[in-house]
Design a protein around this ligand. Sequence first.
Ligand code: PAF
Length: 279
Amino acid sequence: MQVIHSIAELRRALARQSQTVFVPTMGNLHEGHLSLVREAKRRGGPVVASVFVNRLQFLPHEDFDRYPRTLERDVELLTGVGCNFVFAPDEAELYPKPQVYKVAPPAALADILEGEFRPGFFTGVCTVVLKLFQCVQPAVAVFGQKDYQQLKVITEMARQFALPTEVVGAPTVRADDGLALSSRNGYLGESERHEAIALPQFLRDLADRARDTGTSLAALEKAALDGLRARGWSPDYLTLRRRSDLLPPTDAERQAHEPLVTLGAARIGATRLIDNIEC
Ligand code: PAF
């Protein structure tokens, strides 16, 4: 596996490759990321993973500087799953000048849910993903379904800009007890780690009631939020949405088996977790 730090070197290395499959990451890799690389490998082309902690998607209080940088270990893990190239630019390479040209995703999709609680987050994500796509020029890019809204926002960006990259989602990897794997799980203390499975459990419960229009959606969501709060969580949102546009379903759509998804974000102690369950 080749580790590459500059765009020029990346372009030279990829010049004779075709049908490249790309897995963008911010490093600090875990089994969830490796499953994305395995999915990429199944598609046949050479696999490029990027490791880049993107300042543009951090809010001022989100502590960009303390995000774990673990490149040596990430490279070992990527080697182990057969990744062909790691693109690990430093900031001065990817953003040699302040990135003042940015992608502004539509508010209807990007200012709700995560975007409501992390304003500007999807502008930062889309901007870096578009830039990384320009560097790698992949035929396919693989993103985790755990970041459900991110996958949707990027899929729409690729469509709207007619990017020659197929964006595909790969299933969330869960621990045995059901907690979705995430770099943030490493911040959980022992008791918080036990409690953390309440988030997927409440989402599952909401999903199980999705078709029961005897109770209003607002009442179902409020009960879920109150339930998590009673266990000591600070939830940002726990909600049932249409998969197509992440807006709330009507009662008729709930009954008519419109594809839906429950999405949630909540803080346990100092750690903010997100998850989702399709239903
Ligand atoms: O999902 C992530 O790790 C990041 O948002 C991404 C897509 C690598 C962009 O920085």
